[in-house]
Design a protein around this ligand. Structure first.
Ligand code: IMP
Length: 180
């Protein structure tokens, strides 16, 4: 029988094996290395989901590179401005640098649009997106990812950093929700 995991009230079946993921991550690291040769590159990992992908991508990147981490947060301001988005923990100086956003998954693409809007205020030389997973059928965003590990169908996935209500991030493989 195919490998399954249970998280909270749901079951998931194996979708991408560890070896397949790691080989693809190597390819992505190689492409980035080639494209950013001699350029000041910052890999900007979007926490929490991209932590495992960013770690493997950085290890496979054979050259000098900055690795930085941010969290995207929405908070309700004290004024009547409503919801405000911010990048928490951005310490790297991005001015005139080439930024590659490292994401676990681009689904609607709305998170990435917000991140790019906020990053542009730091005046980087360029911004591109590197995502392990991309759901083309769900995409509504303005910025399409340039570097994509796998195009996947519009189904919920967990593992390799991705969670279902905070469980599943530690799995080495990626699993897909089994419909009830
Ligand atoms: P977007 O703004 O719709 O592109 O969603 C981006 C974020 O939603 C990702 O960074 C994930 O945290 C979360 N997300 C979207 N799809 C999935 C999924 O299939 N599994 C787990 N998290 C997901």
């Amino acid at each position: 029988m195919e490998k399954q995991v249970a998280l909270h009230d749901k079951k998931f079946s194996l979708y991408l094996e560890e070896e397949i993921i790691l080989n693809r991550v190597k390819d992505l690291a190689f492409s980035l290395r080639q494209d950013y040769n001699q350029k000041e590159l910052v890999l900007l990992c979007i926490l929490n989901g991209a932590f495992m992908f960013a770690s493997d991508l950085a290890k496979d990147f054979d050259g000098p590179v900055e690795v930085s981490f941010v969290k995207v947060s929405s908070y309700v301001g004290t004024e009547s401005t409503g919801k405000v988005d911010e990048l928490i923990g951005l310490t790297a100086n991005l001015k005139n640098k080439h930024v590659v956003i490292v994401e676990d998954i681009v689904d609607t693409g709305l998170t990435i649009d917000k991140v790019i809007f906020l990053l542009n205020q730091k005046h980087p030389e360029s911004i591109e997106i590197c995502t392990l997973l991309y759901k083309p059928e769900a995409f509504l965003g303005k910025h399409r990812p340039k570097y994509v590990g796998f195009d996947i169908p519009n189904k919920f996935v967990v593992g390799y950093g991705l969670d279902y209500n905070e469980l599943g991030r530690n799995l080495k493989e990626i699993y897909q929700l089994i419909p009830e």
